[in-house]
Design a protein around this ligand. Structure first.
Ligand code: ADP
Length: 424
């Protein structure tokens, strides 16, 4: 019946999900798979999860699929031979072993480069180059991110990435090329070709079209990372619109007409078409609330907060000493005293403290060159707390609302649908 169906597939930290979206933005089907302890870190496990997510879609949805895009966790990488076979176990997003070579990296990568971190894709590539034995190292041909490798299962064009995944590899997204310092490294011949997220790569393989009953014309589009995908799901569209993620940590993302970067506070920008997505992450967030209150009490206690009374406390909630953004101080001490007898009053102090950090964070992004925040969408466990939303709106002095959708798979389905024109 001519319906255009796009599929977004999200490989996250604990499982994977697929969402099929119609051209009018309606969710037609969703499938999901939890990882067991083995499949989370095993490419063969990922592959099986991928086939299962597709096979579980209703047949009529499968038969109308026109486009597929995949997001993976940022900086989860694989080293592969020329046929795309992994030569060793993947290094996952949070693996920090590459940090041992960071001093050396600091001498070659410019200050502020998103590749300058212990968990970056580049740090991992260099670790492999130094630590893998001559065999299999001699067969290494492609350094691929999780999303690159999974997409290639569908189209078999190896060595293709996108500029969201490639940011932590050191790719220069403004110039759209690998910088010379990177091309001079011994890993240069592993580097993938970098495409615009959402741009066309190739149709699915005929064998996959037959096996899964997908149209032979179904295209695979370049993917993205899980956190950008969650941003794409939110509904934020114009410069000045932002998404705050209130999960275990507090993550700010603000659409800007220009990139803003600050290595001291860990601020960097992803490219989104003609716009930029500036982001910063505080160590404050829901993890602190969790130290004091189970989730089951949070909404009940929040409802008893009297917002007509100003909050008398000046807390800086942190789960342990150390802050990066908006204050850069590895020894920064949490401020959680004086603690009142009343749980409601204490929670008011915590929520108010986190809300002030959020407002300070957006002001810092503005000072660094981003526009003033105009509207904030909210994702994560704290997004459904209406009292907190009102409190945050007062500190931010702009409207705050829940994100339109929060599933990364939804954002990636939008990418497969609108392609590289999403922010043009
Ligand atoms: P993660 O970053 O771990 O994926 P989630 O997005 O699942 O986190 O959010 C979990 C966090 O949300 C917990 O730290 C919890 O304290 C917080 N949270 C859960 N319910 C509420 C609530 N009603 N109000 C504020 N925070 C909440």
């Amino acid at each position: 019946n001519g319906l255009v169906v796009s599929l977004g597939i999200d490989f996250g930290t604990s499982g994977a999900r697929a969402i099929a979206l119609s051209s009018t933005g309606q969710i037609l089907a969703q499938t999901q798979q939890a990882f067991d302890s083995k499949s989370a870190a095993d490419p063969q496990g990922w592959q099986q999860v991928l086939w299962q997510l597709l096979a579980d879609l209703p047949q009529d949805v499968r038969q109308q699929l026109q486009g597929i895009a995949i997001n993976g966790t940022s900086a989860t990488v694989l080293l592969c031979d020329r046929a795309g076979n992994p030569l060793t176990a993947p290094l996952l997003y949070n693996d920090a072993r590459g940090g041992v070579g960071l001093d050396e990296l600091e001498n070659i990568a410019p200050e502020g480069s998103p590749a300058l971190s212990a968990t970056s894709s580049l740090a991992k590539a260099l670790w492999w180059q130094r630590h893998l034995p001559a065999e299999p190292l001699s067969q290494a041909r492609y350094l691929l991110h999780q999303a690159d490798w999974l997409s290639a299962q569908l189209h078999s064009q190896w060595g293709i990435s996108d500029y969201h995944n490639a940011l932590k590899l050191g790719y220069d997204v403004a110039e759209r090329r690998y910088p010379d310092w990177l091309l001079a490294l011994p890993i240069a011949n592993w580097l993938p070709t970098v495409k615009v997220p959402g741009s066309k790569i190739a149709p699915i393989l005929p064998e996959i079209s037959r096996r899964l009953d997908l149209p032979a014309t179904c295209q695979v589009y370049a993917g993205t990372t899980d956190s950008i995908a969650a941003f794409l799901a939110s509904g934020a569209q114009r410069p000045g619109e932002a998404v705050t993620s209130l999960g275990s940590t507090l993550v700010l993302k603000l659409l800007s007409p220009c990139p803003v970067n600050d290595s001291a506070t860990g601020v960097y920008s992803h490219r989104l078409g003609d716009l930029w997505l500036a982001g910063g992450a505080s160590n404050s967030g829901g993890a602190v609330l969790k130290q004091f209150f189970p989730d089951s009490q949070l909404s009940h206690l929040s409802q008893q907060i009297d917002l007509s009374q100003p909050c008398p406390y000046d807390y800086y909630p942190l789960p342990q000493p150390g802050e990066r953004f908006p204050v850069n101080d590895p020894a920064y001490a949490p401020r959680l005293t004086p603690r009142p007898d009343s749980d409601v009053a204490f929670l008011y102090g915590l929520l108010d403290g986190i809300a002030r950090i959020e407002a300070t964070g957006y002001r810092l992004l503005q000072r660094l060159g981003a526009p003033a925040v105009q509207r904030v969408y909210t994702a994560g466990g704290g997004a459904q707390n209406w009292v907190w939303q009102e409190l945050r709106s007062r500190h931010l002095r702009v409207p705050v609302c829940p994100a339109g959708a929060t599933e990364a798979a939804y954002g990636t389905a939008r990418l497969a649908q609108s392609g590289d024109s999403l922010y043009l």
